[in-house]
Design a binder for this molecule. Sequence first.
Ligand SMILES: Nc1nc2c(ncn2[C@@H]2O[C@H](COP(=O)(O)OP(=O)(O)OP(=O)(O)O)[C@@H](O)[C@H]2O)c(=O)[nH]1
Ligand SMILES: Nc1nc2c(ncn2[C@@H]2O[C@H](COP(=O)(O)OP(=O)(O)OP(=O)(O)O)[C@@H](O)[C@H]2O)c(=O)[nH]1
Length: 437
Amino acid sequence: MPTVLIVGKSNVGKSTLFNKLIGKRKSIVDDKEGVTRDAVSDRVSYFGKVFEIVDTCGIFEIPEDLITQKTKENTISMLKEADAAVFIVDGRKGITSEDEHLAELLRKSGIEIIFVANKAENERKYQEVLPDLYKLGFGDPIPVSAEQGKNIDILIEKIIEILENKGYDLERTVEEKEIIRVAIVGRPNAGKSSLFNAILRSERSLVTPIPGTTRDAIDELVTIKDKKYLFVDTAGFKRKSKTEYKSLDMYSTVRSIKAIEMCDVAVIVIDALEGITKQDQKIAGIAENRGKATVIVYNKWDLVSHARERVDEYMNMFYEKLYFVNYSPVIFTSAVKSSGISKLINAINDAYNALKHRVSTSAVNAVVQRMMMFTPPPRGLKIFYGTQVDIRPPTFLFFTNGRKVPEHYQNLIRRTIRENIYSFTGAPIFLKFKSHH
Ligand SMILES: Nc1nc2c(ncn2[C@@H]2O[C@H](COP(=O)(O)OP(=O)(O)OP(=O)(O)O)[C@@H](O)[C@H]2O)c(=O)[nH]1
Ligand SMILES: Nc1nc2c(ncn2[C@@H]2O[C@H](COP(=O)(O)OP(=O)(O)OP(=O)(O)O)[C@@H](O)[C@H]2O)c(=O)[nH]1
């Protein structure tokens, strides 16, 4: 697992930040400077992604005259082994010679720096010291308040970005590979938390909350019939005071997008009384675009009068408004009556399996050749052969003579694959074309 160090002079807020990042109290926070503690490390989990964070405590705070060659070598090698360092300075008081000394050491080690100004809860004060902070030569710091949890999410996202740019796959540590990541998304009041609770009440389910950042995100690991599901960002729909946000829909859309990025399967919850809205279309479009599996849920089905006779009507609404994810399973639920929940769980399983399903090259070529006999490609275009090159989402590469493949013909290829090889229920199919000479 990639490792990130928290580095900074004494009393700058390293352990407070560490606690915020891991979401629990671990290292000792003390007002007195130089309180001794054990070196502490823990996992940071954020929307299903994980990395290791190490509070370097006093390692870098030994006075210059006490540093032996050996300690110097140790610190340097610790820096070399880590993937990045969060370098904290004081966003209220500005920098001192200790900061400069640390900055020099960090620069020499060549480690990637995430520059952070802590205790920056007072904007005016922060602006005053900012010119001073630039002097260290690390550019713009991320202003945070470890104590108040301000901008912690921005900091974590920055760390994740840096680690991913280094080529780390933060989502797929070996032991977590077979966990199905599920995001329950949808408009405010659609019934997301009620549905989640109904899932928890379902047969043989067991829940382990995984704290992410303390402010917001809680991922919940749920075991249902020996299968593991990580419900990402479940705290999002539990929050009750939302008055601080100007637009609920806007906020829930932003939140949904984040959750979708971290998931394998997006469960899009629609309030059956309201029908499919623009936001729902937008969210479904994003899920499709990012290659995520989708399951559509019409919730509050108990409130729909003459529900039985209206299934077709609702299916038509789905085909009309969500035609771009028409491969998704559609489930009718009542979260309050716990109906449709096992169907929903099955649909999540199916969609996940589809997302990582592989079909054989010979099958692809057999059905696509036959398709071209019945419906030849547009004039000038030749498609020679194809193969599935990837999963999550299923992705197919076709070799052509270099002519553009029009959208309608791409859709025909997708439909042919679904109808004649494997339905890939719930999963989008991505196509790539390459010219072959
Ligand atoms: N105002 C303000 N105070 C903070 C913030 N973060 C930490 N502090 C305070 O700063 C003091 C030092 O915090 P620590 O987290 O112990 O700092 P440290 O860098 O680990 O300190 P050492 O143990 O000396 O290495 C404590 O009194 C914290 O409450 C913040 O964001 N704003
Ligand atoms: N009759 C009925 N009411 C439901 C159903 N699902 C949810 N509700 C009610 O709808 C309201 C909103 O449900 P929540 O689960 O809080 O919805 P949410 O999508 O998590 O809402 P936000 O937290 O605002 O995003 C609550 O009063 C629920 O009791 C359902 O299937 N049938």
